[in-house]
Design a protein around this ligand. Structure first.
Ligand code: CP
Length: 312
């Protein structure tokens, strides 16, 4: 067991042993989720706040359910209905939540570093649920959990991340997690969205989709992050789909046991053919299911939970 952190702010600063501790803890919580009674008292009496200043379906709902499963009290903060609309700062809002005895604050924000900023002055634990184009640590953890569950290992696997890498926090966290655990990572997409500078993170960068997917054990697709792009990065969606979309013809040239992943939300018919998203090699909904166990593990660990207390 290797975890002494109060916050989960990124994957970049985690060791492989810390990542493996989260994965092993999540495996125990997945087993809890398969019991008739799916609730444990690990966070009884604790208050968890979902402070989402950007839209979310999967992350917010799975953190909420994870906190409920751990018996915490949960507050869902709606930015639209809050005093942020009246000019209150993120610092004052989060201090207000802490004054109401929040123990764990889960934050999603469009600004890179927002969770790190909060962690500098809050006594509560802070969990990064996505900050700008920087990191989305729990997405990377649930992705590597799903890969390990399906393939039995991470080290030595060929993982291709295909799509808008430049604006993707999922890609950055994924690259850190996969390379720390010994996977070989290939990045592919238009050169404007997948610049060669990513090779400095220990990845292979290619701009030919068929080359990128040919030897892949995993293809992780990313949508175009229109909300973060400051200018048009390619001529048209139609051209993107024809050059980089995963379709049946391209799929026919991959390994027979390749797995298809996507963090969601999916833009069907753009980065992936709809039938492939729903096909037998897709583990997209397994990722969602595993996100619950992984987020239970993260809440448990930042609250000081240990293997010994989990066994009780
Ligand atoms: N994958 C992910 O972060 O999805 P949401 O934006 O729906 O939370």
């Amino acid at each position: 067991m290797s975890w002494t952190r109060k916050h989960l702010l990124d994957i970049q600063s985690l060791s492989a042993a810390e990542i493996e501790t989260v994965l092993d803890t999540a495996r125990s919580f997945k087993a809890v989720g398969e019991r008739a009674i799916k609730k444990v008292p690990a966070l009884r009496g604790k208050t968890v706040v979902n402070l989402f200043i950007e839209p979310s379906t999967r992350t917010r709902i799975s953190f909420e359910l994870a906190a409920h499963r751990l018996s915490a009290d949960v507050i869902n903060f709606s930015a639209e209905a809050s005093s942020l609309r009246k000019g209150e700062t993120l610092k004052d809002t989060s201090r207000t939540l802490e004054a109401l005895n929040a123990d764990i604050i889960i934050v999603r924000h469009s600004a890179t570093g927002a969770p790190h900023f909060l962690s500098r002055f809050l006594a509560a634990s802070v969990i990064n649920a996505g900050d700008g184009a920087h990191e989305h640590p729990t997405q990377a953890l649930l992705d590597v959990f799903t890969i390990r569950e399906c393939k039995g290992k991470i080290a030595g696997l060929n993982v291709t991340i295909l799509g808008d890498i430049l604006y993707s926090r999922v890609a950055r966290s994924g690259i850190w997690a996969l390379t720390k655990l010994g996977a070989r990572v290939t990045l592919c997409g238009p050169s404007t969205l997948v610049p060669k500078v990513f090779e400095k993170l220990g990845c292979r960068v290619v701009h030919d989709v068929e080359e990128a997917v040919r030897e892949a054990d995993i293809i992780n697709l990313l949508r175009i992050q229109h909300e973060r792009q400051r200018r048009t990065m390619f001529p048209s969606i139609g051209e993107y789909t024809s050059l980089f979309g995963l379709n049946k013809a391209r799929m026919a040239k991959t390994r027979p046991d390749v797995l298809i992943m996507h963090p969601g939300p999916i833009n069907r018919g753009v980065e992936i053919d709809s039938s492939l998203a729903d096909g037998p090699q897709s583990v997209i909904l397994n990722q969602v299911t595993n996100g619950l166990a992984v987020r239970m593990a993260v809440l448990f660990l930042v609250n000081g939970g240990s293997e010994a207390s989990l066994a009780q």
